[in-house]
Design a protein. Structure first.
Length: 167
């Protein structure tokens, strides 16, 4: 049974080109190509869709609106963000909201096919740039170690350490 895919991207040329690429692959079927969140909601509500390839920037809309709707509506399929790029906060927001991964549009077509199969097998997909963004956001900062977060005993020990350096 083929993987039924919905494309959600506001650029018609990209959608049509991607649809042709995917249709040429054995085991993949593009069931719809949408430019807006409303169109995608209608399609996923009326027919089975296994995977949504979702652009993050949809003109006046953001792809996260579809993700939130899909969660609320109980959409059972997977979502893979296919985007030109994201800020680290947007990447983390998408992943936290249940998106199976982020694929960058400048990557090779064969990589997208691989990402689709990986996501459909239950795994996540992240390109190296996204992994580095997430790693950077997880690095501790000075704010993570604010003195106000210390217990009275931890402050006492820290004070003793500082006094030891002064002698």
């Amino acid at each position: 049974m083929p993987i039924r895919i919905l494309l959600l991207d506001d650029h018609a040329l990209f959608r049509e080109s991607l649809a042709r690429l995917l249709e040429s692959e054995h085991g993949l079927k593009v069931v719809a190509s949408c430019a807006t969140v409303d169109e995608a909601q209608l399609v996923t509500s009326s027919q089975p869709v296994d995977l949504v390839l979702l652009d993050f920037e949809l003109g006046q809309e953001r792809g996260s609106a579809f993700v939130h709707w899909a969660q609320a509506a109980g959409y059972p399929g997977r979502i893979l963000a296919v985007t030109a790029g994201l800020h680290e906060a947007d990447t983390l927001e998408l992943l936290r909201s249940g998106v199976a991964g982020v694929f960058l549009k400048h990557s090779a077509p064969a990589s997208l096919i691989h990402a689709i199969h990986q996501v459909m097998s239950g795994l996540a997909w992240l390109d190296q740039k996204s992994v580095l963004q997430i790693a950077r956001s997880a690095e501790p900062t000075a704010q993570d170690f604010a003195p106000n977060d210390l217990t009275p005993r931890e402050r006492q020990v820290l004070q003793a350490v500082f006094e030891g350096f002064e002698q």
